[in-house]
Design a protein around this ligand. Structure first.
Ligand code: ATP
Ligand code: PYR
Ligand code: K
Ligand code: MG
Length: 574
């Protein structure tokens, strides 16, 4: 999370994550418990007498608050209180939720929507943002770059004009073997189709399917099973004639455009099949350049084998190198669609659980993706089994859940998002009510001493928050790392993450439990806290008597000086 996306040259060398403050020397550490019964008289004086009306009439975003990430913003560090001291940027939806239901009710699990023809219009995007979309995903397998550019710009506009902080994730196509676009044809049982590496322009012969991988006809053997889209349609190889492979349809069905193809022999995936394909294709590199130029927040690398930014775990090889891949990435996606085509389906749940655990241990955000609410592509209500699947991903404390076809091309994108939202909220609440805190200790992850101190402080802050039943943990963070460390502990209360840049604020949207705010602040924690309380209180987002623990990694002038404060606000409403 703390690493920015930096792709300049095609390189497949694994790079280790350098956490920004590991360069600092041994930090001074402060862990203090203090109570502030009636200290903040100035806050009381500055807050509005009429909480309700003042909060609704507040300006929700400053001109620079929620806009597109300009390159220079990426390195902005708060040094002193800047000119827009009165501004605090928070998602309009979160703000409404906080006001209505209080801290405890906020949703911890983040939601990602794949944008497609069903949701690419400005109003449709706005409806998704209103419905709780934290990240918009663009799948470069589909659509033109112009189409994607329009969506990116619409999301940026939405953020600027309506006060959202929706992050954008570009998902690369990757080097899978896929078929061409047959314009929605189906195969009937026992039909014979020709799979070929020959290219066709307009005159494709009947029952012919072009295949994207040149080595295909050589590698395949008579008797192999050929699965389209992980088994939605199934063929058996019956004859090879030069570049053409004749196949008999054994399970009939719809041949979706660019559906992925896998080959099975004696009950196992034929792994050599795509071993020769590069993880990042030349098209992917061009798409990545495009994504960087457009300022996307995340790049999800498909079919990762060794390196990634958001590494999509969907190849059988990635499971063998899981820890290494996750260490070298900024996050991971359990891409169950293709994963389920590469390993037996009954192994997918265990793989999911393992990936979620490893990500949590290594402090990388993890997304559970694909078919969460597949039936909602066509129907307005999910199956009970789908609800149970979503619940399980929430119960595993994954950072984010993702909609694919449900939001890209389904008939009920908003309803699907509502189901994710309400199931997440319910399961999270159930978890808290049952007090099912994980008792497993988190292993240390940082290599330097200051990293270890940050971790210990965050672990302690989360533990204190649970034991004392505090209302929120406040994290003041420059690059988001400290906030991610608190999130990793999955505390019982929400985490307010204050950061100075809009790009970090958007990226924090992917981490479990973080409510990202953009705020200018200084190295003086006392004044930061005063300012934050004043702003939040005047907006009606906190109230007298709320208990807050604050941690910070902002104080760089005295090395990395971490800070825990236990505040008790006992203001009376003026
Ligand atoms: N930008 C788009 N334009 C048109 N259709 C899209 C777009 N994005 C997604 N879709 C449709 O939604 C379906 C589900 O989306 P998803 O992102 O899961 O893609 P996929 O092709 O199934 O595979 P993968 O996620 O492995 O890349 C796609 O098969 C496609 O039909
Ligand atoms: C999301 C994705 O790529 C998959 O499930 O295959
Ligand atoms: K993809
Ligand atoms: Mg995939």
């Amino acid at each position: 999370m703390s690493q920015s996306i930096q792709f300049s040259t095609p390189s497949r060398t694994p790079h280790l994550l350098h956490l920004p403050h590991s360069r600092f020397h041994r930090p001074l550490t402060s862990l203090s418990f203090r109570q502030f019964p009636l200290k903040y008289t100035s806050i009381r004086a500055s807050s509005s007498p009429d909480l309700g009306s003042s909060s609704s009439s507040q300006v929700l975003h400053s001109p620079n608050g929620t806009g597109a990430a300009k390159p220079e913003e990426r390195s902005v560090v708060a040094t002193a209180v800047s000119t827009d001291t009165a501004a605090i940027d928070v998602d309009t939806v979160t703000e409404a939720e906080l006001k209505e239901n209080g801290f405890r009710s906020t949703r911890r699990t983040k939601l990602i929507c794949t944008i497609g023809p069903a949701t690419c219009g400005f109003e449709q995007l706005e409806a998704l943002a209103e419905g709780g979309m934290n990240v918009a995903r663009l799948n470069m397998c589909h659509g033109t770059r112009e189409w994607h550019r329009d969506v990116i710009r619409s999301v940026r506009k939405l953020n600027e004009e309506k006060g959202f902080a929706v992050a954008i994730m570009m998902d690369t196509e990757g080097s899978e073997i896929h078929m061409g676009d047959l314009g929605g044809e189906s195969s009937a049982k026992s039909e014979v189709w020709t799979f070929t590496v020959r290219a066709f322009d307009s005159s494709r012969p009947a029952r012919t399917i072009s295949v994207s991988y040149d080595g295909f006809a050589e590698d395949v053997r008579v008797g192999d099973e050929l699965l389209v889209d992980g088994g939605m349609v199934r063929f058996e190889v019956i004859e090879k004639i030069g570049p053409d492979v004749k196949c008999l349809c054994t399970d009939p069905g719809l041949l979706l455009p660019r559906a992925n193809l896998t080959f099975w022999r004696d009950g196992s995936l034929v792994r050599e099949r795509n071993a020769m394909l590069p993880t990042i294709s030349s098209k992917d590199w061009l798409d990545i350049d495009f994504g960087i130029a457009e300022g996307v927040d995340f790049i999800a690398v498909s079919f990762v084998k060794d390196i990634g930014v958001i590494a999509k775990i969907e190849s059988i090889d990635s499971l063998t190198n899981l820890e290494e891949i996750i260490i070298a990435s900024d996050g991971a996606m359990v891409a169950r669609g293709d994963l389920g085509a590469q390993i037996p389906l009954e192994q997918v749940p265990a793989a999911q659980q393992r990936i979620v655990k490893v990500c949590r241990a290594l402090n990388k955000p993890v997304i559970v993706a694909s078919q969460l609410l597949e039936s909602m592509i066509e129907y307005p209500t999910p199956t009970r089994a789908e609800v149970a699947d979503v619940s399980e991903a929430v119960r595993q404390r994954s950072d984010a859940l993702m909609l694919s076809g449900e939001s890209a091309m389904g008939q009920f994108p908003d309803k699907a998002l509502t189901v994710l939202r309400s199931v997440s909220l319910r399961i999270e609440r159930w978890w808290r009510e049952e007090k099912r805190y994980e008792s497993t200790p988190l292993q240390p992850i940082g290599s330097g001493f200051s990293d270890r101190i940050s971790e210990e402080i965050c672990n302690s802050a989360a533990k204190m928050a649970n034991n004392l039943g505090v209302d929120a943990v406040f994290v003041y963070t420059k690059d988001g790392h400290m906030a991610s460390l608190v999130s990793r502990c999955r505390p019982d209360c929400p985490i307010f993450a204050f950061t100075t840049t809009t790009s970090v604020r958007r990226r924090l949207n992917l981490k479990w439990g973080l409510i990202p705010f953009r705020l200018s602040f200084s190295e003086d924690m006392e004044s930061n806290l005063n300012k934050t309380f004043s702003l939040l209180k005047s907006r009606g987002m906190i109230k007298s008597g709320d208990l807050v623990i604050a941690v910070s990694d902002m104080l760089q002038s005295i090395q990395t000086y971490f800070y825990i404060r236990f505040l008790r606000q006992q203001w009376t409403m003026p």
